[in-house]
Design a protein. Sequence first.
Length: 201
Amino acid sequence: MAAREGQSKTQWDRPPLFPSTPQVDAARIGVIGHSLGGHNGLFTAVGDRALNAFLGGPTRDWSAIALAETRRGEQAAAGRRQALLARHSTWKGVPYRLGGDDHAGLDCSAFTQLTYRELFGIAIPRDTSAQRAAGHVLPPAQALPGDLLFFNTGRYDHHVGIYMGGKQFLHVSTRAGVMISSLAEDYWARRFVSVVRIGRP
């Protein structure tokens, strides 16, 4: 058990990787084989010169571009976390009800579907398995507020919640209804399956 707990902690505690954007992806492709500044995606002067020479266009400071993208991403993530905290305050304690989809009671996938539609303006499927298939899987260290988290809670049972950052996620518990839980809890750490991003909420 200790090994599993340690493994779970490691996958969530790695330094976050620099989020992918078309602009930064193009930059990375351009400097393959050249020096990069590190795992956060900042470029060295050598990388800047190599990329600008390769593109043959105006000279750009790719490190500054990468840093600006990082700051925009951080601001967006903070905004999504605040929106999810507000969502929790209006839904806290609403009971679990299989097949439900309102304040009288609802299940986990109904809650994620409603939240995506009402907070992010994104339509996602109603079923947990379909929600998982609707996006792309990411390493846990790349999870951002708004990403979906999936768990195996039984032989045939699957559970979904919405990541809030800081190892917290918003979901509907069969025991306590709508609540915030932590991935540091042994129960969830052992049952965690994947992070899925649908679009860029």
